[in-house]
Design a protein around this ligand. Structure first.
Ligand code: SAM
Length: 397
């Protein structure tokens, strides 16, 4: 991703050289270019502001340096970053920047930030820029900062960490606060019993020590709900109340969904990867492999508040045209156990053309929970699968 930031304090953004974002820059995942607005002034004092028309307190940023700086950004690209960037202008009067915005913006190949100072930027700059690129005014929250730089630091970090390869452990992205509209559950590390020096022994909740993954998932989901209800009741919307597929936004996947689909695979199948290493290869797929598969399958994606929460793919068997193949049926861990998987399966079957006589799917031979679900839905094991340790299941259409 290419990112340009125009500011009168380039040094403010030096923090983006540190930590994971700094590493992503060095590895070429993020191409961040910081521009000094004062380089686009032509007077001795490098003036970027002037008094407001109509009177009032404070100064306003002049249009001319902004036009030149943004023209420089636009012209510096010889088509390599694709179409013009999305221009993000931080401002307390903008749309609220959320995890859903970060996810959406992480798909853009090129972002530009215009950091305001003083009372803000001459309104005509917005008009001028809107004729050349998509412009969005974005607010970090309902409070006033001195300038846009802090907002750029926050947004670049929130967006950048969603880019494939920036955060090493992709599963951690799925479990976090605001993913699925809920806050994160409480977390603990060793030792299991800790004396804080006040004579009180504080212990880690029993359930986390037992290794019962289903019980841990239940406990964590309950904790997320309780914590969200206590601290942010305004967030208790779709994730907590998702009743079924009808509550989700449905679309056919495009290559832009590939990175999220790869993360969803890992989140759904992480427990399977551990005991049976790569038992069908799927959990190890990267975004490129997922994108390549999109050409051979019709992949359906389901979103809640912008977040990818489920998916399934279907196609006619290339060698047995009357067989309808169903694959990669996934529901995010925090929404499992609500019947969404069964609904996805029914939807996948309903997409079959009328001349199909068999539904087919494949799973790990040791996946008792999945096998139970498929058996309940009428599927029977028809033989060993192609991948080692897998079985094929079929049902008459
Ligand atoms: N006069 C402006 C208003 O009332 O909307 C506030 C200007 S503020 C002092 C200066 C700059 O700080 C803004 O142009 C913007 O770049 C940045 N800024 C302030 N609060 C912000 C927020 N909540 N989110 C994002 N940027 C903010």
């Amino acid at each position: 991703m290419r990112i340009d930031a125009v500011t009168i304090f380039p040094g403010y953004l030096a923090a983006l050289d540190l930590s994971l974002i700094g590493r992503a820059r060095r590895e070429g995942i993020i191409d961040l270019r910081v521009h000094d607005l004062r380089d686009f002034t032509h007077d001795r004092h490098r003036t970027v502001d002037d008094t407001p028309y109509g009177g009032g307190a404070g100064m306003v940023m002049k249009a001319q340096p902004w036009r030149e700086a943004l023209t420089h950004v636009l012209d510096s690209d010889d088509g390599r970053s694709g179409p013009a960037p999305v221009l993000l202008v931080p401002g307390p009067g903008g749309e609220r920047f959320t995890q859903a915005s970060a996810r959406e913006l992480a798909k853009a190949p090129w972002l530009a930030f215009a950091c305001g100072r003083y009372e803000g930027i001459d309104e005509r700059v917005y008009e001028w820029a809107t004729e050349r690129m998509e412009v969005r005014v974005v607010s970090l929250g309902d409070y006033v900062l001195n300038g846009g730089e802090v907002a750029v630091l926050a947004m670049v970090e929130a967006i950048g960490r969603l880019l494939p390869g920036v955060v090493g452990n992709a599963e951690s992205l799925v479990e976090e606060s605001h993913e699925g509209g809920l806050l994160e559950y409480p977390i603990y590390t060793k030792p299991a019993t800790w004396d804080g020096g006040d004579g009180v022994e504080r212990v880690v909740p029993e359930v986390l020590l037992g290794g019962n993954h289903a019980a841990i998932a239940d406990w964590r989901h309950q904790q997320r709900l309780e914590r969200t209800a206590a601290r942010r009741p305004d967030l208790l919307h779709d994730a907590a109340t998702t009743g079924g597929l009808a509550d989700l936004d449905h679309a056919v996947a495009t290559p832009a969904d590939a990175a999220e689909l790869a993360v969803l695979q890992k989140a759904c199948w992480i427990e399977m990867v551990a005991p049976v290493e790569n038992w069908w290869g799927a959990p190890a797929e990267d975004a490129d492999t997922v994108a390549a598969d999109l050409e051979h399958w019709s992949t359906h994606v389901f979103r809640s508040g912008g977040r990818l929460v489920g998916s399934v793919r279907v196609r006619r068997d290339p060698t047995e045209p009357r067989t309808w193949q169903i694959g990669r049926l996934m529901v995010v861990p925090d929404l499992q156990g609500r019947g969404l998987g069964r609904e996805l399966l029914a939807l996948a079957e309903s997409l079959a053309p009328p001349d199909v006589d068999t539904y087919w799917l494949n799973t790990g031979a040791d996946q008792q929970r999945l096998l139970r679900i498929y058996r309940k839905a009428g599927y029977r094991i028809s033989g060993e699968g192609e991948g080692p340790g897998t079985v094929d299941l079929t049902r008459r259409a």
